[in-house]
Design a binder for this molecule. Structure first.
Ligand code: 523
Length: 130
């Protein structure tokens, strides 16, 4: 069983979203950025590494948000809160990033613009932003 960890990075009352480029089913949709936890890593350590690699930012990982979401039989997704410590996100693997408040997040969800697994956390995320 492997885990994917996603970060709810909040800065100045806004949540960081990143637009995926692959696989085709989710290309163009927005996600909480993250990636797979490697053997021997903690969830928090994996998140801090992934966001440094993918976006060039330093974050401090915090508590889990919402429920875990099964992605496949052998893969599950968890979200952790994270605070931005340093840097300005510059996507290397995503096509764009944006910062959203609760209203914008809800509008994107209603328009089907979020990765489906991440949309499960809509109320949890909106609650962090209000
Ligand atoms: N998700 C997902 N939501 C979300 C993330 C970060 C990932 O639904 N917020 C899914 C998308 C992929 C799987 O989790 O099916 C792995 O995410 P990915 O590709 O971001 O993780 P990597 O980069 O560690 O994995 P590889 O693509 O295998 O390198």
């Amino acid at each position: 069983m492997r885990e994917v960890v996603a970060g709810a990075v909040i800065s100045a009352g806004r949540l960081l979203l990143a637009r995926r480029t692959y696989p085709p089913e989710v290309a163009g949709l927005w996600e909480l950025p993250g990636g797979k936890v490697e053997p021997g890593e903690t969830r928090g350590g994996a998140l801090e590494r992934e966001l440094a690699e993918e976006l060039g930012i330093e974050v401090a990982a915090g508590e889990q948000i919402g429920v875990g979401v099964p992605l496949r039989e052998d893969l599950s997704l968890v979200a952790l809160a994270a605070t931005l410590v340093a840097g300005d996100p510059r996507p290397t693997e995503h096509s764009a990033v944006c910062w959203v408040d609760a209203d914008a997040l809800r509008q994107m969800a209603a328009a089907g613009e979020l990765v489906p697994a991440d949309a499960v956390w809509l109320d949890d995320l909106a609650g962090l932003l209000t």
